[in-house]
Design a protein around this ligand. Structure first.
Ligand SMILES: [Zn+2]
Length: 338
């Protein structure tokens, strides 16, 4: 049973915002495109994993997609966590093509790409072991340290070939092809047949994990050294993609194609929150959306149900994902502009 669905990744939303708000000839454009392609491939792998897990509907198997937790010191992100009353299983998706060779010597992982170039990559098992240790530490802190935590890496690309040295490294059984994931879960279930949590403890743990989830918003302006003041401002037209909408007679109108919208500011504000900062004042809102009347900014921000901090002129409207509709957050509206 899916307890937490996989949202459209915030990092991909942020990159899409970055492409809208920087010029196509930006000097770091190709680096940004390469980085975004990597995140998109990762998301594709996670979707393939989700497809294979979709048949697991029993309430005794609680599935959390894309959880970001703190082990009270460090943040850690889990592609998928399967929680049962008798064990927990972390499943990392890796969407790599080509051939991967896992060598006993130096615990190396060598990747041979489809164009035959060879590179050493971080052994996926090392990342998986770190996450396992973070989750164990969180469970200890939550006083559920009797629950065994396992981790596996599922390779999701249809053309991946896995090879090992002889004898194979001892972690090799933790690496699987995605089509075998359900079988592997069955094996774990068979091995851990005794429930260690009562039904109420199991349900309480699910609620606590959901509560602890804190999505990360990547600081892309810092990453690419882009001053916030150089971003392109304005409200984008969803028909012609120009940042050309002006507020007229209680709605937005595109000065290029005359398309009208009452909600075009929502995607623009999401861009601001993802890229610039997590809260906005009336003055900053007027500046970013190109409004000359404060009362319009006040009306638009209040109509979105954003919470506020501060009073009168110091009021700031605080970002939360819940104030933005699914259409914006699952990339449907935003994809059109890429
Ligand atoms: Zn237009």
């Amino acid at each position: 049973m899916i307890v937490k669905t996989r949202e459209y990744p915030a990092v991909i939303l942020s990159y899409e915002a970055l492409f809208r708000r920087t010029f196509p000839n930006h000097r770091k454009r190709s680096m940004m495109e390469t980085d975004l392609a990597m995140y998109r491939a990762g998301y594709r792998g996670e979707q393939i994993l989700d497809y294979h897990l979709s048949g697991i509907t029993s309430p005794h198997f609680a599935i959390f997609h894309n959880l970001r937790l703190f082990d009270h010191k460090n943040p850690f992100q889990l592609d998928t966590l399967l929680l049962t009353p008798s064990f927990a299983l972390i499943i990392e998706a890796k969407h790599l093509s080509g051939k991967l060779i896992f060598e006993n010597d130096f615990d190396q992982c060598i990747r041979i790409k489809n164009d035959q170039t060879k590179e050493r990559i971080e052994n996926p098992i090392a990342q998986s072991a770190r996450q396992q240790s973070h989750l164990q530490s969180l469970f200890r802190w939550m006083e559920v340290d009797n629950l065994p935590v396992h981790s596996i890496v599922a390779f999701t690309h249809p053309s991946i070939i896995l090879e090992t040295s002889s004898p194979p490294p001892k972690y090799i059984s933790q690496l699987i092809l995605v089509e075998n994931v359900v079988n592997r879960i069955r094996k774990h279930h068979h091995f851990h047949s005794k429930n260690l949590l009562t039904t109420s403890q199991f349900e309480r743990l699910q609620t606590r994990l959901l509560h602890k989830h804190a999505p990360l918003i990547h600081a892309l302006l810092k990453k690419y050294d882009i001053p916030p003041g150089t971003l392109r401002k304005g409200v984008q037209c969803e028909k012609c993609n120009n940042l050309s909408m002006t507020w007229k007679r209680r709605s937005w109108e595109c000065s290029v194609c005359k398309f009208r919208s009452r909600t075009a500011h929502i995607a623009a504000l999401l861009d601001y929150f993802l890229l610039v900062q997590r809260s906005i004042s009336i003055r900053e809102c007027c500046d970013f959306l190109g409004l000359d009347k404060r009362h319009v900014a006040y009306y638009l921000l209040n109509s979105m149900g954003l919470s506020t901090v501060g009073k009168s002129k110091a009021t700031r409207y605080v970002f939360n994902f819940e104030s933005f509709g699914d259409e914006v957050l699952n990339g449907k509206v935003l994809e059109k502009s890429n």
